[in-house]
Design a protein around this ligand. Structure first.
Ligand code: HEM
Length: 379
């Protein structure tokens, strides 16, 4: 398959049909020098441009340089195809201001108004060690080795300027972002991504994904906001829930993914449909109802999450869940609005089976041309 083009009006890896694998990392700057941030973004852009096209990093790559110097490329992707690799970056609030509200890196006036800390939601059990970060890097590919290679080389390149805060592997894309893809399943066994914003819905993509001209700041126009949430799933508890209950919680059938109100996967949800006893066929507290645009002032998200299994805990339970990623034009009107509807035990029936343990919000700059670098308009 042809590599995914690196250059363009928008960064690749957002509306790009979701690849099968994820390696996500956030980095914290270890230098306070503006010049270090600029050179890092330039070096990362150059490396991503090479790796996404299936090339080694640097002028000499993994094996053609001096035998007396560490290789410019770490080498584990030698001989592998580009595998649909995309690398997408976003900037956290902490890149712009420190915890006393002072500007960092001379980025005064560049903090987007919408790049606020996410509010806390009922039921959150966030671990700061797997939340936030100055810069997020989302590497997606159809081969995990290729995705890991990208993030590893970013970490090597960043040495002395930035270091990894945390990283997360994911597999089995839990969202389709194109109508050409079949809908994959999450670890609860349900199709995930049926009612997603898809690249073919150009109006939705424009309305719900990209930051518009008049919304500024100028450096972010054509970019997007990335929300990440690491969500642990209580797999063993879920697996003891009867099928009927599982379907009621989600609001869709497990086999086809069709609505509980009837019809195949892509038939619209009918929240007014009642069974013979007069009960709504789609539970009012089901996940799809509370996440639906109808109860969220029309809000939609482009979801692009992945399953994860981080081994098992000492009790024989899987440490597994969903690494939720969503892109949007306005985090307050979209993710925050929807998550407020879902959060709290009073609400989404799914909450008994999931716990949010990590979080992040990042402003992703627009794409670059052949000479540009990520975030260039910031400086
Ligand atoms: C829909 C699972 C967390 C937003 C769905 C669907 C499933 C699902 C099975 C139905 C298929 C589809 O339309 O994609 C899960 C699981 C979660 C989770 C297992 C946690 C582990 C979230 C979160 C949000 C969210 C945190 C956003 C705050 C949505 C939206 C829809 C959806 C917007 C589409 C609703 C519609 O318009 O029909 N989810 N989800 N989900 N989910 Fe989630």
């Amino acid at each position: 398959a042809a590599p995914v083009p690196f250059e363009g009006a928008h960064q690749a890896g957002i509306v790009t049909p979701a690849q099968d694998r994820l390696y996500f990392a956030t980095f914290d700057m270890t230098s306070d020098e503006r010049e270090d941030l600029i050179s890092l973004l330039k070096d990362w852009t150059a490396a991503a441009r090479q790796m996404t096209q299936g090339n080694d990093v640097g002028d000499f790559g993994a094996v053609s340089g001096s035998p007396y110097a560490p290789p410019e490329d770490t080498g584990e992707a030698l001989g592998l195809p580009p595998s649909g690799l995309t690398v997408t970056v976003g900037f956290g609030r902490s890149l712009f201001v420190d915890d006393k509200g002072r500007a960092r890196f001379g980025l005064d006036g560049q903090l987007p108004e919408r790049l606020q800390d996410l509010p806390s939601f009922a039921g959150d059990r966030l671990d700061p060690a797997i939340s936030d970060g100055d810069i997020a890097v989302q590497a997606c590919a159809n081969d995990p080795q290729v995705a890991v290679h990208a993030v590893r080389n970013f970490a090597r390149i960043a040495f002395g300027r930035a270091s990894v805060r945390y990283s997360q592997m994911g597999f089995g894309r839990t969202s389709s972002t194109s109508t050409a893809q079949v809908t994959a399943r999450n670890l609860f066994g349900f199709k995930d991504g049926t009612a997603n914003v898809k690249v073919e819905d150009t109006k939705d993509v424009d309305d719900f994904v990209w930051v518009h001209e008049d919304e500024g700041p100028a450096w972010l126009v054509g970019g997007s906001y990335l929300v990440s949430r690491k969500i642990d799933m209580r797999i063993e508890t879920w697996d003891r829930e009867p099928l009927e209950g599982q379907e009621a919680i989600i609001g869709r059938t497990k086999g086809s993914g069709g609505p509980r109100s009837g019809g195949d996967e892509f038939v619209p949800l009918d929240f007014d449909a009642k069974d013979e006893t007069g009960k709504p066929m789609i539970d009012m507290k089901s996940h799809v109802r509370l996440a639906h645009p109808d109860v969220n002032k029309g809000a939609k998200l482009l979801r692009r999450g992945y399953n994860f299994v981080d081994g098992s805990n000492g009790l024989g339970q899987l440490s597994a869940g969903l690494f939720f990623i969503a892109y949007q034009r306005d985090p307050e009107k979209q993710f925050v609005q929807i998550q407020r509807s879902l959060a709290g035990l009073q609400n989404d029936l799914l909450n008994e089976y999931i716990v949010h343990v990590g979080s992040g919000l990042f402003a992703c700059p627009p794409g670059v041309d052949t000479k540009g670098y990520w975030g260039e308009k910031l400086f």
